[in-house]
Ligand binder design. Sequence first.
Ligand code: CMX
Length: 428
Amino acid sequence: MAAAKVKTLHDKLEAIIPKLREEKKAILSSDGDKKISDVTIAQAFGGMRGVKGMICDTSVVEPDHGLIIRGYPLLKLKKRLPEEIFWLLITGTLPNKNELKLFQKQLSEYNKVPAYVWKVLKAMPKSSHPMAMLNTAILVMQNESVFSKKYKEGMPKTDYWHPALEDSMQILGTIHTVAAGIYRMKYKKGPILEPKKSLDWGANYAYMLGMKNKEEVYEMMRLYLVFHSDHEGGNVSANTCHTVGSALSDPYYSVSAGLNGLAGPLHGLANQECLGWILQTMEKFGGAPTEKQIEDYAWETLNAGKVIPGYGHAVLRVTDPRFVGFNQFGRKYLKDDPVFKTVDRVFKVVPKVLVKHGKAKSPWPNVDAGSGSLLYHYGIKEFEYYTVLFSVSRAMGMLAQLVLNRALGTALTRPKSVSTEWIKKQIK
Ligand code: CMX
């Protein structure tokens, strides 16, 4: 019997896209006029929370279960490589061993960061936030976009996904090198390192950051990159990338735009704020605080009109499985670390405080509550950098969604806004 042909990611998509197009066409023609959502005035004023108005197939976030990637509850994927997750997000199935190997090889062929990127980064003010540096780097690389070039030359709509995938490979092939370079440049950690052929994508990122060369560190980094990869389509970064991409802006424009959203304190920046909050409690109480001290500090934060970072969520109503996964890792490898101990103790105290406070719809920890303590333990102490790590991972979800959207001819995003006057007339 002949051996099964090893498929590239491109081959695999080429085989499934016609079926996805047919499926969409059939649904629209038989049931296109069926209603899936109503919108209240409160939702229109309230960030459209809960309004079902877009399609995203890469993952779903169930309020009671958290992230499910293509049918896999997240914790079932915790031993997988980020490269496998990208493949899963975009195709709906995990790659087999040979497909993975070939994909890793192909991805590593896209690893050249153009020299002008480093020049631009070096020219930025020393005080620039590392997220501003990462987003600038991706935006300036727009110069490489094959999608833009092919669009200018003229290509049929059905072909959009080919150059979108190629740009995505280029972004994923370089984003970890750029992100690590930013870290080393900004925090004076020594020369910028190039990826090693022998390492996978996640391990390479840890290596290029200059983290200790050991399997435990690589395991943490892979876990971090898998856990942050996607969170369905409506969150600020994914939704922004989706909207910008719907105007047929290329993947560089779209991902950079999405990451600008991730840089907000209510979204990805919360992980920097969260570790800051943990360290403040430790500083205030001279080491890992007691449960009572944490409770007092939580109330002090809330009474000052601030949020407790890392807690609450727009969709989730249970402890985020991503927090659970990081917590399990922490208990295995760093249970005596004072920062990790504090995170663990905060988890015991803060949900009760938030319930008493009575505002947050979810008192439970989200992804950002625990991830920082792992990074801190392994030597990444500059916590304003943490959202960059989140970004390297989230680029996978945004790009997977974008390629699928170009393949399926997703329409230009254009919801209808209404004025307050219009609302007042409706009420009358
Ligand atoms: N601490 C204090 N108050 C909180 C809170 C928290 N952790 N979480 C929610 N609330 C408050 C809200 O500020 C809101 O107050 P107002 O009515 O005065 O505006 C009220 O509770 C209701 O909010 P909600 O419906 O429960 O939550 P939202 O969907 O509006 O916001 C989120 C969700 C994540 C922005 C919010 O829970 C928050 O600010 N958490 C802290 C920041 C954070 O951890 N962000 C990271 C989220 C994960 C990510 O995207 O990366």
